[in-house]
Ligand binder design. Structure first.
Ligand code: SD4
Length: 304
C-alpha cells in the first residue's frame, strides 16, 4: 500500500514551510516540489537569521548560502557559499536538473544561477548587518562555534528557534525527496562550508528506506556523516527516533566533552511515514504535516 503524503521540517518555522509544501502538493507537485517550496519560504523570511535573506553573514560581512536537494531516484544537487541569490534551494535543484554535475561553489555557483535567470539582490539585511557589527566589536574576528556569550550557533543572544531548515516529504506518488538550506554558522570564516549542502551529512534520502536531515554544528554532523548514518540505521531495522538516537550517541562517544556544549539535531522520516528525531541538547523542535493536511510541532528528546 502506498504511504499517505507526509512532510516534516526542522524547527517551529517548519510549519510555514510545510504549508507551502502542502500547497505545492495540492497543485499536483512532486515530493521534490514540496521540499523546494518549503525551503523557499524559510529563505524568503527575513526574520530567520540562519537561512537565505536575513541570514547572518560570515565574519567578513558576506552572506553565503549552502543548500542541497536529493530525490527518490538518487538525483542530487548542491550549492556552497552562494552569494546574492536568495533561493539557494532552487539553484541546487537547477544544478541537479540542468548540469552534468552535482555541486557548484562560490563564484561558479553564483554565475550559474545568474545564467539560469535567478535574480540577484543584497541578502544582508540591516538587522543582520547590525548583529555582525556588534559581533565585530567584541569577537576579535575569531571564528567560533560556542562560547559563553553566544549560543551554540555562535550568535550573540541566540536566534532562539531560528535555524537551518531541513525538509523531507513523501508525495502522492509515494516517492520521497529532501532539501536542506542555510546561511551556515553566523560569523564563520569566509569560505567555510558546514554539513547542510553535503549529501550524506546534512541530508540523505533513500526511497527504499527513508530520509534524514540535520541541523546544528555542521562540523560535528560531517564527522559522522549524520544523515546517511541515520538512513543506514533505519535500513537495518531501527525506527526513525532510535536511528537518530544511535547516531547522536555515537557522536557523543566519539567526541566526548568536545560536544558537551554543541547542538546537533537529526530528523528522520521512514518510508512507512513515521517521523522521529533526536538531539544532543534539548530544545529541538520539528513540524509534521500528515495526510490530513494538519501540522503539529513535536519536541525531540535529547542526550544531555
Ligand atoms: C551549518 N548546520 O552550516 C548548519 C548551520 C546550522 O545555524 O544548523 N546552524 O553548520
Amino acid at each position: 500500500a502506498r504511504t499517505p503524503d507526509i512532510m516534516v521540517s526542522t524547527w517551529d518555522f517548519g510549519a510555514a514551510a510545510n504549508d507551502a509544501g502542502w500547497a505545492a502538493r495540492q497543485g499536483g507537485g512532486s515530493a521534490l516540489d514540496m521540499v523546494e517550496a518549503g525551503g523557499k519560504v524559510a529563505e524568503a523570511d527575513e526574520s530567520n537569521s540562519s537561512v537565505g535573506l536575513g541570514g547572518y553573514p560570515d565574519r567578513d560581512g558576506r552572506v553565503t548560502l549552502d543548500a542541497c536537494v536529493m530525490t527518490w531516484a538518487g538525483d542530487i544537487g548542491a550549492v556552497c557559499a552562494l552569494e546574492d541569490v536568495v533561493h539557494a534551494v532552487s539553484v541546487a535543484r537547477a544544478v541537479m536538473e540542468k548540469t552534468p554535475h552535482t555541486m557548484l561553489v562560490g563564484a561558479g555557483a553564483r554565475g550559474f544561477a545568474v545564467d539560469q535567470g535567478f535574480p540577484t539582490q543584497n541578502l544582508l539585511t540591516p538587522q543582520a548587518e547590525a548583529a555582525w557589527r556588534e559581533w565585530l566589536r567584541t569577537a576579535e574576528y575569531a571564528p567560533r562555534i560556542n562560547s559563553e556569550n553566544t549560543d551554540w550557533r555562535g550568535t550573540p543572544g541566540g536566534p532562539g528557534n531560528h535555524d537551518t531548515i531541513g525538509l523531507l516529504a513523501i508525495g502522492g506518488d509515494d516517492r520521497m525527496a529532501g532539501a536542506c538550506t542555510t546561511s551556515g554558522m553566523a560569523f564563520k570564516m569566509h569560505g567555510r562550508v558546514g554539513d547542510s549542502p553535503i549529501i550524506g551529512a546534512g541530508l540523505y534520502v533513500d526511497d527504499e528506506v527513508g530520509g534524514c536531515t540535520a541541523t546544528g554544528v555542521g562540523e560535528d554532523v560531517v564527522r559522522v556523516t549524520g544523515s546517511h548514518a541515520v538512513v543506514e540505521a533505519m535500513r537495518h531495522g531501527m525506527d526513525p527516533t532510535a536511528a537518530c538516537r544511535s547516531v547522536i550517541e555515537r557522536l557523543a562517544r566519539l567526541r566526548g566533552t568536545k560536544v558537551a556544549n554543541s547542538q546537533v539535531a537529526l530528523l528522520a522520516l521512514d518510508k512507512q511515514g513515521r517521523a522521529g528525531a533526536f538531539a544532543l541538547q534539548p530544545g529541538f523542535t520539528y513540524a509534521v504535516t500528515d495526510a490530513t493536511g494538519r501540522t503539529r510541532i513535536e519536541r525531540a528528546a535529547a542526550l544531555f
